[in-house]
Ligand binder design. Structure first.
Ligand SMILES: Cc1cc2nc3c(=O)[nH]c(=O)nc-3n(C[C@H](O)[C@H](O)[C@H](O)COP(=O)(O)OP(=O)(O)OC[C@H]3O[C@@H](n4cnc5c(N)ncnc54)[C@H](O)[C@@H]3O)c2cc1C
Length: 382
């Protein structure tokens, strides 16, 4: 189905999208509907749908509506953060998490990440190709086209390459330079794994229970019939291969292996057992520009704001949409299109990155005194 809103006179470029997360799938949907020939290449062997519920906020709600997906997305929404609470070692609630400090938007749809990924996958037009277990090995932009050699040995020529391969983007590294030039570590790491439903406190349909220790938090999130083990801890940058799951699990044990409080041992063994554990540094990506020649970045690859901002998904949806709109408007002039996409997307990403500041002090106070102060602030009359 070609979307008339996008259809330009000369639509029909051959576009490679690297990464099939929210940004990559959204770009696949929007660009294919605009009449382009789209190929998406995903490094994993399947869609990586796990993670905690995420937010579709602000103007990205309008984007989802224009994509024709609003009913499906709202139909699967949940309200988890309303139930967020800080607890003590016994699991007794000691303070609520203030909504005003985590959400400043009236337009906010909270939806399990897996649900949003399924909605996007279903909406991807059949003519868009989705290839798994492959990745860009080299990119050569000769000015007229980009020649791509894949890890599988395949080779292809494309009019444009869209890097939607996340915070550790391979396309960014190849076209713009090493990650360290753009990455800003916020001093935290996060791990999210599946937990058994019985790990969650009873009588809580959608809830988040958080225990703080100095510089660490452990959390049980629960929605529908699912439970999640979530860990966030303060640390300087740690050297490890971010594709090495065993190394990530070892790091988690280094930080929580001695903790016996509350349900931490149970949550830790659940995280250790999860083959899809999500583990990453909380680090932002700051780049002076998101395009070079015929290569452009969207989503976390361009401007990761971190889960602390709660806006990564919204930015991914908006960026894919604005890029497609700009390519239609500047039919045949990709440089003008990329420039316009960047000009319109920047205010969203700047605001999101800014909003991540201060999240650590609320969610992961550094000392017992800081934890006490935070709790007293949330419950002044206690
Ligand atoms: C498994 C997973 C779980 C997540 N859970 C949470 C969460 O709980 N809370 C939260 O706030 N954010 C989470 N995120 C991040 C969140 O999805 C993003 O911040 C946001 O949706 C923007 O998405 P993105 O598509 O730009 O990047 P991502 O969601 O990171 O997607 C990037 C995609 O590119 C693929 N990829 C990576 N390298 C290559 C390569 N070399 N070649 C091809 N493909 C590649 C990845 O496998 C992934 O599918 C998670 C991301 C992932 C991948």
């Amino acid at each position: 189905m070609v979307n008339r809103e996008f259809k330009g006179e000369e639509a029909g470029m051959r576009i490679l999208v690297s990464g099939a997360g929210v940004a990559g799938l959204s770009a696949g949907i929007d660009l294919a509907r605009a009449g382009h020939t789209v190929e998406i290449v995903e490094r994993a062997g399947h869609l990586r749908i796990n993670g905690s519920p995420i937010d579709v906020r602000g103007d990205s709600v309008g984007v989802v509506e224009r994509m024709g997906l609003l009913d499906e997305v709202t139909g699967r929404s949940i309200t988890m953060t309303e139930g967020a609470k800080f607890v003590d070692d016994n699991g007794d609630v000691i303070a609520p998490q203030p909504m005003s400090e985590t959400n400043d938007s009236d337009d906010d749809i909270e939806i399990p990440r897996e649900d949003l990924m399924r909605v996007l996958r279903k909406a991807l037009p059949e003519e868009a190709q989705l290839r798994f277990e492959d990745s860009v090995r080299t990119l050569t932009d000769d000015g007229d086209q980009v020649t791509v050699v894949f890890e599988s040995g395949r080779e292809g020529r494309y009019d444009l390459v869209v890097g939607a391969d996340g915070a550790h983007s391979n396309v960014r590294r190849q076209a713009f330079g090493p990650e360290r030039e753009f990455s800003r570590h916020l001093g935290l790491y996060v791990a999210i794994g599946a937990a058994p439903e019985e790990a969650a406190p009873e009588n809580t349909a959608h809830s988040v229970h958080i225990l703080n220790l100095p510089g660490r938090m452990a959390c049980i999130g629960r929605y529908r019939d699912q439970a999640l083990a979530i860990f966030t801890f303060r640390s300087e940058e740690i050297e490890y291969d971010h594709h090495d799951l065993a190394a990530q699990k070892r790091i988690l044990t280094d930080f929580y292996g001695e903790d016996r409080q509350w349900r931490i041992p149970q949550l830790l063994s659940a995280a250790q057992a999860d083959p899809e554990l999500y583990f990453d540094a909380i680090a932002q990506i700051h780049m002076p520009t998101w395009h070079r020649g015929r290569v452009v970045l969207i989503g976390d690859a361009a401007h990761c704001a971190t889960p602390m901002a709660g806006r990564g998904t919204s930015l991914a949806l908006t960026g894919a949409w604005l890029l497609t709109e700009a390519l239609t408007r500047h039919d045949g002039d990709h440089t003008a299109a990329f420039t316009e996409y960047e000009r319109r997307q920047r205010p969203y990403s700047d605001k999101a990155q800014e909003s991540a500041n201060g999240g650590a002090d609320l969610m992961v106070p550094a000392t017992w005194e800081d934890i006490e102060r935070r709790n007293a602030r949330l419950l002044p009359a206690r």
